[in-house]
Design a protein around this ligand. Structure first.
Ligand code: 7TS
Length: 448
């Protein structure tokens, strides 16, 4: 695979695990980027893919980094970093307002990123894609705008017991304001949301069902197509939180027929500070603006303001321009690799990790759904997850320990926290071995 010769020079090459093998080191042909070959038909070459990620070559506490926290945020390939850098270096200006070359160029690149997101989700229209700051902001936008305008006292919003706080708290805030009723579909002992239990909670007052496609805490994959059909049959709108799913599987919002779909750029190997709200045109059109300010108006007088058409109506103020452009580069990167191949690679890692960790006597996996993606949450009898994470960190292994912003999930399983290893497109079975060996060490040190 071609990487970005020279790109590593702006990071600390000294920290590279192996200078000889580090991508780009020693190459100095002056080009910032060389053309990459599409991966589509080639075998999944994880070592070549890793070469695209500068940070994977640095040392952590004197050891090779084993990054197993991709569910919290994914590392960035040089192609994404370079897209943001070169945009600032070559094409940067504020958008949608300048008549000069650079502003037009920056506007084109920002809108080009929107087109890439629309194609990535198979949206019908580009203007159904609203750039937000994050998935969190996208859900808050729907709660504030759709919720304020179309939900009234006694109306019901149905979520599931698996949700991230980002898909719980905005609805609770709406409950405070408007007296809506929040219903929660229960999870079973495997960490699944049985469709019958979800469907049973749908009723004539359900106006919105909002649920994750993949649980960040347990990795459960939810049957979102069936859930969407059931919610629509009850007359409810549907919001899918795709923050954890977009990175593992192809998404087709038209086939899913969801009304809203949200995700964050930083989990998709893209930048922080950018998120996406997809909404069906008719719904977004009918919703009032979320924030007021520049770029979202058609005209303003002190008596009256009229709003711009979609998507500008929901993008008040100067947006995350460079981040949108770099998100476009992340989508290109994933599309080039192929989400099917990425998903298959991650599924085999998850299978191997499940097998390796199951052999550790005192370890219990939390979340054993039949259909899971890339997340392994576990507890080790008698050892606090924070202690586990510290020992792992001393060996260069980065995992998350805590409640994963899903405290109700923890409560459901009677634990305050778990340790969570999550796998991305760049992880290897050797890294799973490093995790398992480090955990065996934890067991030996803490449990006697
Ligand atoms: N929804 C899900 C399913 C998530 O996993 C997250 C973040 C969010 C929403 C919010 O995304 P944000 O980008 O707006 O913060 N999940 C995690 C996590 O699992 N560890 O850190 C963040």
């Amino acid at each position: 695979m071609n990487t970005a010769p020279g790109a590593l020079q702006i990071w600390d090459v000294e920290k590279s695990v192996s200078k000889d093998n580090a991508p780009g080191v020693g190459e100095d042909d002056g080009a910032l980027f060389t053309e990459r070959q599409p991966h589509g038909d080639t075998p999944y070459d994880v070592e070549a893919i890793r070469a695209d990620f500068p940070i994977l070559h640095r040392l952590v506490r004197g050891r090779a980094l084993v990054y197993l926290d991709t569910a919290a945020s994914a590392q960035k390939p040089a192609q994404v970093i370079e897209a943001e850098r070169s945009f600032y270096a070559e094409d940067y200006a504020n958008i949608h307002r300048g008549l000069y070359f650079l502003s037009q160029r920056a506007s084109e690149r920002y809108e080009d990123a929107r087109r890439k997101v629309a194609a990535f989700l198979n949206a019908r229209h580009e203007h159904e894609i609203v750039f937000t700051r994050s998935a969190t902001e996208a859900i808050n936008l729907v709660a504030a705008s759709f919720g304020e305008a179309y939900l009234k006292e006694g109306d019901e919003v149905l979520i599931t017991g698996l949700e991230h706080h980002a898909n719980i708290v905005p609805w609770q805030m709406l409950r405070e304001k408007k007296g809506i009723v929040l219903k929660v579909a229960p999870i079973n002992n495997a960490g699944e949301v049985p469709l019958e239990d979800f469907s049973r909670l749908l009723g004539p007052r359900t106006r919105l069902a909002a649920f994750a496609q993949v649980s960040n805490a347990l990795g459960t994959v939810l049957p979102v197509a069936e859930m969407t059909r059931a919610a629509h049959a009850a007359g409810a709108k549907v919001l899918i939180d795709g923050t954890q799913s977009v990175v593992h599987m192809g998404i087709d919002v038209r086939a899913l027929d969801c009304d809203f779909f949200v995700f964050s750029g930083h989990k998709l190997y893209g930048p922080t500070g950018i998120g996406v709200l997809y909404g069906k045109e008719a719904l977004l059109d009918a919703m009032p603006p979320y924030q007021g300010g520049g770029d979202m108006i058609a005209s303003v007088t002190f008596d009256k303001t009229t709003f711009a058409p979609l998507p500008a109506k929901f993008e008040a103020g100067t947006p995350a321009i460079a981040q949108a452009v770099a998100l476009g580069a992340a989508i290109d990167y994933l599309t080039d690799l192929g989400l099917g191949r990425i998903g298959a690679h991650e599924a085999s890692l998850l299978g191997y990790a499940t097998q390796r960790l199951s052999a550790i006597k005192l370890l219990t996996i939390v979340g054993t759904a039949a259909h899971k993606a890339s997340v392994l949450s576990f507890i080790l009898d008698g050892v606090h997850p924070h202690d586990i994470a510290h020992v792992l960190d001393s060996r260069g292994v980065a995992v998350r320990a805590g409640h994963h912003c899903a405290q109700p999930v923890m409560a459901r399983f009677g634990v305050a926290a778990t340790t969570r290893a999550s796998f991305g497109l760049y992880n290897t079975s050797a890294e799973v071995d490093a995790l398992a060996e480090a955990l065996e060490r934890v067991e030996a040190v803490f449990v006697r």
